[in-house]
Structure formats: structure tokens, C-alpha cells
Design a binder for this molecule. Structure first.
Ligand SMILES: [Zn+2]
Ligand SMILES: [Zn+2]
Length: 292
């Protein structure tokens, strides 16, 4: 099958060669601008799940979902009435995903949440939906040209015997699902400045990263870090670290500087100035490296 991503300039390739797993002490920074992953504290994802990480070579070997001319669209599938209540959010998400994954992105016609996925008053005293069953439903309707189908719902999700999940992305099947339920201001114990939009963008780029074969990142603070709780997921950045960016660039074939510029402009438009400024520094760093 014909791969996209050919014809990327040599300079771009060289830029990304620097994106090896970091060495040196954890918790500090190297010249990438990303913080290395500190040792996990009790309760955090890596404390509970002893994950080995994924090198670039492993990613190349294991990735079974690459962008091609025939398969190059990211679909958002609203489940239930989430599109009616959060139209603007989902439209903004569509624009974001098209930039983040340098691909066409479309919103599918909403479909009802299947009754068979429904578990009334399962835990916490409220209703939840089985994410595994939702993935099965999404898989049956997957368009031929889908690089990924991301289901989105405002209902709470669970997976197997876990209490809840923010989202679930499947490596092999091109589908994922995530919930904005715990991100909304109506959920208990939310900070006043609850950033529903930013959290939605983060969970979506993380889950679609999984669909594209990215494993959890254990090297840097990165959007591909696992998380056990809302404070933990809030503390991870929205950006891909250099290693995860290198994997995605290999898969999708974008120019990282051009992509960073579009992402910076997007973050500026939605008022995420800190993230926009971070990317401005990244762009300068990448430009300096490529001109050496
Ligand atoms: Zn994950
Ligand atoms: Zn990473």
C-alpha cells in the first residue's frame, strides 16, 4: 500500500533524530524543553502500572495503523445527545484533530448509546456505560477511509473491573471512545476554572495516539502519559514529547515545524496562551537545529 509521508525533507528527518529517550536524572529538563518523567508517587499511573515504555524502533515494528492515501480521515462519532448539548466543543475538537494529526477530520451523524452498554447505578451511585461494548459498536460501522474513529459521549464510562475510564483507544481496531462526563463543571469537586475544552482536546489526542499505535510514554511529561485521576491527567501537558512526536511524524508524514505553527495559532485562538508560547519556543528550537 502506498504510504504518505514520503518526500519529507532531510532537515526534518535530522531534527527528529535527536528524539531519543532521554538520559540523565529524572524530573529535570534537557534541551528539548520537556520535563523528564520523575519517579512515580503512590497512586499515580506508573506507580500502579509498571509499564516498560516503547522505543521508536519498537513503534515502527509494532504499529499496524499507518496513514495511507486510502486511509487518512479521523472521524468523531457522537454517541447519544452529546452533539446537541456540546456542538461548539465538538466542532472545535474536529478542527483541532485535523491539525494535531495533520489529517482530514469529520463529524459523523450522531448515533444513540446502545442499551446493552448501559449499567445503571454501577458504582459511585450513578449510571455508567461499558466502553468495551461501545468499541465493538464503533467497529461495526467503521468507514473504509478511517484512520481512526473516536466515539465521544457525555456519559460516564468503565472498562472491565476498573471504576471508570476517561477513554479507551484500541491499538488494533482503529476505534476509540472517550467521555467528557468527568470534565464538566457539573461533576463534583471541580475547580472553578474547569477547562472542559482543554481536557477534551487532551483525552482525544491521547486516545487517538493509542489508535495510531503509540503506547504510554514513560520518558517525558507528555500527553501520552497514563493517568489514574483527574489531577494527574490535568498535570500532563497537551503536547507530544520529542520521542512520541517522532513516532507520529513517521506514521503521518508531516513537517513538525509547520504543524507546530498551526497548533500554536489554534491554541492562541482558543485562549490557551501558555501552550501557544510553549510551541513558539519549540518552533525556534527546531528551526535552530535545522539551520545548524
Ligand atoms: Zn492511555
Ligand atoms: Zn511522549
Amino acid at each position: 500500500m502506498d504510504r504518505l509521508g514520503k518526500g519529507i525533507g532531510v532537515a526534518v528527518t535530522l531534527l527528529l533524530l535527536a528524539a531519543l529517550p532521554p538520559s540523565g536524572a529524572a524530573g529535570d529538563k534537557d534541551d528539548t524543553g520537556f520535563e523528564k518523567m520523575p519517579p512515580p508517587k503512590p497512586g499515580e499511573w506508573l506507580y500502579v502500572h509498571k509499564e516498560p515504555g516503547q522505543t521508536f524502533e519498537q513503534y515502527k515494528r509494532e504499529c499496524s495503523n499507518r496513514k495511507t492515501k486510502e486511509r487518512n480521515v479521523i472521524y468523531i462519532q457522537p454517541l447519544g445527545d452529546v452533539f446537541e448539548t456540546k456542538t461548539k466543543l465538538i466542532r472545535t475538537l474536529r478542527e483541532y484533530l485535523s491539525i494535531f494529526f495533520d489529517s482530514k477530520a469529520r463529524i459523523l451523524k450522531p448515533i444513540p448509546l446502545p442499551k446493552r452498554a448501559f449499567h445503571p447505578k454501577r458504582r459511585f451511585g450513578w449510571d455508567q456505560y461499558d466502553a468495551t461494548y461501545l468499541l465493538r459498536v464503533l467497529k461495526t460501522g467503521i468507514p473504509d477511509d478511517a484512520l481512526a474513529v473516536a466515539g465521544i459521549t457525555d456519559q460516564d464510562l468503565f472498562y472491565e473491573d476498573m471504576n471508570f475510564v476517561f477513554g479507551l483507544g484500541s491499538f488494533g481496531t482503529r476505534v476509540g471512545v472517550y467521555s467528557v462526563h468527568r470534565y464538566s463543571a457539573t461533576y463534583p469537586n471541580q475547580p472553578k476554572d474547569c477547562t472542559l475544552l482543554k481536557r477534551t482536546l487532551k483525552v482525544a489526542n491521547h486516545e487517538i495516539g493509542h489508535i495510531l499505535g503509540l503506547a504510554h510514554c514513560i520518558h517525558y511529561k507528555c500527553t501520552m502519559n497514563g493517568s489514574n485521576s483527574l489531577p494527574e491527567s490535568d498535570s500532563r501537558p497537551i503536547h507530544l514529547c520529542p520521542l512520541c512526536l517522532k513516532k507520529l511524524q513517521w506514521n503521518l508524514g508531516f513537517d513538525p515545524i509547520e504543524r507546530d505553527k498551526k497548533l500554536r495559532d489554534f491554541y492562541t485562538r482558543i485562549g490557551q496562551t501558555g501552550d501557544a508560547n510553549f510551541l513558539t519556543r519549540q518552533i525556534t528550537r527546531l528551526q535552530n537545529k535545522s539551520s545548524r
